[in-house]
Design a binder for this molecule. Structure first.
Ligand code: ADP
Ligand code: FBP
Length: 467
């Protein structure tokens, strides 16, 4: 009797273990398939954007390995010994079992030898694309560095309203002086104004030539940097003696190679008040309150993810990098239902570029050629209402879109300091004669970065599986 029972127990245990293993394998296979699908999605997104970049005739990312005034600065570490400049190793991560080329960037900072005589320097500053906290700080610090650190005797032109301001008679340039920029860093936006679209290389170069400009500071995102590099190349072509420096601006934090873009931290901070408001609305409005906050992030969810993690109050965060699953065991609607049933309310943060796989890609574009985005916030509001209705209850969904409020705030102290470092180092770079470069924090050190390479892999995305 005892023998039969123990056999039965052993059999039952073995069969339970087997079904556990099979079940586990099944779920592992499902998880693998999902990971694979996401990987393929990301790969096809990247190859599409690379193909689009090629079609639009963007710079191919040529590497120059010499330090000249026309140089772009990306070196193999083995060759660093040939130069007297300090470099910062770029790709410090090593994948086990994979050989990697080591790259390094030229460290930014003042140089002993100046290429330009400060007496002869006329400069121009332009801000392009969407707004971002810190634009005024950069304008202020470039102007102050030119006059205070290097004592230039020429003019600093503020180009009004983006690239068009180089040639639009309705928006003539303004003169920037140490006095006129003294207090601008307390304000959001840009005192110069900005715009999308409009880039007439010939007219821009004509302006540069006619005003005898020898240094151009271009503050903008990947589109603006593509323009900046074209200006640099055209100036070289025409034999104009001009140093062109980019200062990367993006509220979305999607310019590649840099640790973070200026203004990003201020925006994440500004998003906190919207999330707090959504929480108050959701928790006070019965029945079943849900607060949705839409944040910027065209093709990457850096702001949404950082604001979410920084707040600790968000139940669901949707980003472009992770396809949205609405229903089913891993669906976000049942998840929200469970959160509301447990806590009485729920808070959702959604990046504006999330959910294209559900809503489809728009064929419309803005003046710069950036594609318009479907209305994911409104879509989620409707989907949540319908889901609760299907469960036999009503939800009270409040939708908040604070996008412009978040990018129009002044820079906080951290970004103010960062903007100062970027601006000063852009000026150090141009005064030393470097051109066609951008400046940014790389592994926590300010570096001069090669524009063609930087724009080739921008916009970057978050790695949802990253650490
Ligand atoms: N490939 C390019 N070559 C030259 N100018 C460009 C290019 N792409 C965009 N621009 C110009 O740069 C400016 C800003 O571009 P936009 O895409 O709106 O913002 P961002 O620079 O923030 O990406 C616009 O005036 C646009 O016309
Ligand atoms: O409505 P606008 O001014 O075109 O700006 C909206 C877009 O600008 C962005 O802030 C990014 O702009 P930039 O690439 O110019 O930094 C996106 O997040 C957003 O989609």
């Amino acid at each position: 009797m005892l023998g039969i029972d123990s056999k039965a127990v052993a059999l039952a245990t073995a069969s339970a273990a087997l079904s556990f293993v099979l079940c586990k394998r099944h779920f592992e296979r499902l998880a693998d398939a999902e990971r694979r699908r996401r990987y393929e999605d990301r790969k096809s997104f990247k190859s599409k954007s690379d193909a689009a970049a090629k079609e639009r005739g963007l710079p191919s990312g040529t590497k120059l390995d010499d330090v000249t005034t026309g140089g772009v600065y990306l070196w193999d570490v083995e060759r660093l010994g040939r130069y007297e400049h300090e470099c910062i190793l770029a790709n410090i991560r090593r994948h086990p079992g994979r050989a990697e080329a080591t790259r390094a960037y030229l460290r930014a900072g003042p140089r002993q030898k100046l290429h330009f005589n400060p007496v002869d320097v006329n400069a121009a500053i332009v801000t392009c694309g969407g707004l971002c906290p810190g634009l005024n700080n950069v304008i202020r610090e470039v102007t102050r560095s030119l006059y205070h650190l290097y004592g230039i005797k020429g003019k600093v032109y503020g180009i009004v309203g983006g690239y068009k301001g180089f040639y639009d008679p309705n928006t003539p340039p303004i003169n920037l002086s140490v006095d006129s920029v003294e207090n601008i860093h307390h304000e959001g936006g840009t005192i110069l104004g900005s715009s999308r679209g409009g880039f007439e290389l010939d007219k821009i170069c004509e302006f540069i030539k006619s005003k005898k400009i020898s240094q151009l500071y271009v503050i903008g995102g990947d589109g603006t940097h593509r323009g900046a590099f074209s200006i640099h190349e055209e100036c070289m072509e025409r034999g104009l003696h001009v140093a062109v420096a980019g200062i990367p601006k993006t509220i979305d934090n999607d310019v590649d190679y840099i640790d973070r873009s200026f203004g990003f931290i201020s925006s994440v901070e500004a998003a906190q008040s919207a999330i707090r408001a959504a929480k108050v609305e959701a928790s006070c409005n019965l029945p079943n309150g849900v607060g949705i906050v839409k944040l910027m992030g065209r093709s990457s969810g850096f702001i949404a993810a950082h604001a979410t993690l920084g707040s600790g109050d968000v139940d669901l965060c949707l980003v472009p990098e992770v396809p949205i699953v609405l229903e089913g065991s891993t669906g976000c609607l049942p998840h929200l239902w469970r959160r509301v049933k447990k806590n009485g309310y729920a808070v959702v943060v959604v990046a504006e570029g999330a959910g294209e796989e559900i809503l489809g890609e728009s064929s419309e574009t803005d003046a710069s050629g950036n594609k318009k985005l479907p209305q994911i916030g409104e879509f989620m509001k409707k989907a949540i209402n319908e889901y609760f209705h299907k469960q036999g209850e009503e939800a009270t969904v409040k939708y908040i879109d604070p996008s412009y409020m978040i990018r129009s705030v002044p820079a906080n102290a951290t970004d103010t300091l960062y903007c100062m470092q970027l601006a000063q180092n852009a000026v150090h770079g141009t005064m030393a004669g470097f051109t066609g470069f951008s400046v940014g924090l790389c592994n926590n050190k300010t570096c001069l970065l090669p524009i063609p390479e930087m724009v080739l892999t921008s916009p970057r995305q978050m790695n949802p599986q990253g650490r």
